[in-house]
Ligand binder design. Structure first.
Ligand SMILES: Nc1nc2c(c(=O)[nH]1)N[C@H]1C(S)=C(S)[C@@H](COP(=O)(O)O)O[C@H]1N2
Ligand SMILES: [Mo]
Length: 263
């Protein structure tokens, strides 16, 4: 965003901007409101105050919204406590089966064949040998009973187990000083998380739900489960993991949702 001095309005043709521009950018506005980034709700006035930008043009409104949303990625990252544990729950609170969500309905889930599936490793990883499902399933498991929070406004308690991501990354010789871990999924979905989140003690490559191998709709044979990120960061049907310093947009960040997505 360029911050430019205000031109006196006399010399500038002024198209009146109304709140409809905020409706058009609903995802960004919702994201900013949900995380309480502005005192009160998003308004054109509040955006001008916060960014110091002239938000009287449609373009700059969108830029200001993006700036507020991504500015917060840095802030969220700065206050992230790497080993602070998210609340956990008891087995009696676990919802069975879990609640399904994806960017398409459950009928359109294309099950992954576990027998032919292999996990590809890419980027800053020393040992890039592919993993078969039985080898991933033979690794030591960790169980977490945590709350899943979807931006759509619902949540549930889930019981997930599988190899701890930090241990897995160490085992394959990943560069733990790299910035991001990307997940490429069988359904053309992509997600990535920052390294501190990947190394968080409650971040798991989940293979089981409530003690049983996860069902097809929930990401069989391998999906991510974090305790500190919104639902959409938890990639299902993982087919490749890449460790990298290069930022790339992901499925939802391309569509205006906040990339950091902390809860
Ligand atoms: N591969 C893939 N992973 C995905 C999604 C998706 O569409 N594809 N949707 C995300 C969203 S928005 C949510 S809320 C959770 C839902 O996980 P669940 O079905 O296990 O509750 O998966 C996330 N991971
Ligand atoms: Mo979600």
């Amino acid at each position: 965003m360029t911050i430019r001095p205000r031109t006196p309005s006399l010399f500038r043709p002024r198209k009146p901007i109304d709140q409809s521009v905020l409706t058009e950018n609903r995802k960004l506005v919702d994201d900013i409101n949900r995380r309480g980034l502005l005192r009160g709700a998003v308004s054109l006035g509040a955006l001008t105050m916060l960014t110091g930008c002239d938000v009287s043009e449609i373009d700059s409104v969108q830029k200001a919204l993006r700036a507020v949303s991504s500015w917060n990625d840095g802030v969220q990252n700065a206050i992230f406590r790497p080993s602070h544990l998210a609340p956990t729950f008891s087995p009696s609170q676990v919802m069975k089966p879990p609640r399904f969500n994806a960017y398409y309905p459950i009928e359109d889930v294309k099950p992954v064949d576990g027998a032919s599936w292999t996990l590809e490793l890419a980027g800053r990883i020393e040992d890039k040998r592919r993993w078969r499902a039985q080898d991933v399933y033979a690794l030591p498991e960790q169980e977490i009973i945590i709350r899943h929070v979807c931006v759509e406004g619902w949540d549930y308690i889930g019981q997930w187990s599988g190899p701890n991501l930090r241990e897995f990354l160490q085992r394959v010789g990943a560069d733990l000083t790299a910035k991001y871990v990307y997940f490429i999924c069988a359904d053309d979905y992509t997600e990535s998380i920052d390294m501190p989140t990947a190394l968080h003690p409650q971040t798991v490559l989940a293979t089981k739900y409530a003690g049983e191998i996860i069902g097809d709709p929930f990401g069989y044979p391998l999906r991510l489960r974090t305790s500190t990120k919104l639902g959409y960061k938890n990639a299902k049907w993982i087919k490749a993991i890449e460790v990298t310093n290069d930022f790339r947009e992901t499925y939802w960040s391309e569509r205006g949702f906040n990339w950091y997505a902390g809860i």
